[in-house]
Design a protein around this ligand. Structure first.
Ligand SMILES: [Fe+2]
Length: 265
């Protein structure tokens, strides 16, 4: 069995700063780390943590350092991919010591973790909010999947490769889903796609695979499909996802609170 904990869209800013002038992000992330710590003996062995982009809100060196400090108590190997709020070179510098990021180019990587292959892909277009995979990234994916054969894959990218119904997020969505699906259609093993960006959990069937987006510890985007839906974030804490491989994939959401109980039936 292999277990990957997915945390997404932490949007960390330097200590004392607020996102968009009002949202605290470090404190909710600290609470999520504590929540995970509190249930570590319940959820079993976690092999690694995946952070699916928007690690930082402002791409600053300070935000990446604070992110690492907050995550450190979990004492687990962790892997990051960039989101539209991240800055590629500060991110590479902050996490290069862990040895899995390339020294140049897009932040694409592949790790064998337990029984599965974890692949992280870079969809960041610096200066833009939407995302895409450039030709070298798609070529990297083709090459990596070919080398993997038929073993299970957890494929991570920040931007969901599907329409969400959240209009203002779809406007800044992933631009080349067709090319991605063309690559994935040739893969013969089990493959699950995981992403972030929309700050809520959504499950979609995609070219014979399942794609799941993760919530954010600190904010949420409402599913408001009206043409005049207000644009903005909800000040709402959520949790993270736990992906288990045990002959098949299972994904469980860990909410931000345990609730009272358990009470006898
Ligand atoms: Fe985000």
């Amino acid at each position: 069995m292999t277990t990957i904990l997915q945390i997404s869209d932490t949007h960390i800013v330097p200590e004392g700063a607020l996102v968009s002038g009002r949202l605290e992000t470090a404190a909710p992330f600290r609470r999520l780390v504590q929540r995970i710590t509190d249930i570590r003996d319940q959820i079993g062995v976690v092999d690694a943590v995946l952070i699916s982009g928007d690690v930082s809100d402002d791409g600053s060196d300070e935000s990446y350092q604070l992110f690492k400090e907050i995550l450190a108590p979990l004492d687990l190997p962790f892997y990051v991919i960039p989101g539209n709020h991240d800055a590629r070179e500060p991110m590479r510098a902050a996490f290069s010591g862990d040895g899995y990021l390339p020294e140049t180019g897009k932040l694409n990587w592949h790790q064998k973790i337990g029984d599965i292959h974890l692949i992280g892909l870079d969809t960041l277009i610096e200066g833009e909010k939407d995302g895409m995979m450039d030709a070298p990234t798609l070529a990297y994916l083709v090459h990596t999947l070919t080398s993997i054969g038929h073993e299970p894959v957890l494929l991570a990218l920040h931007h969901p490769p599907f329409k969400t119904g959240i209009r203002f997020m779809d406007d800044i969505g992933f631009k080349n889903s067709v090319e991605l699906l063309r690559v994935l259609s040739g893969f013969g093993g089990e493959l699950r796609i995981v992403c972030g960006h929309i700050h809520c959990m959504m499950t979609v069937s995609l070219g014979g695979h399942i794609a799941i987006s993760a919530p954010s510890p600190s904010s949420n985007f409402a599913l408001d499909t009206r043409p005049n839906a207000p644009v903005g974030f909800m000040d709402m804490e959520d949790g993270c996802l736990l992906h288990k491989w045990d002959g098949g994939f299972q994904t469980v959401r860990i909410g931000p609170e345990s609730g009272a109980g358990p009470f006898p039936f």
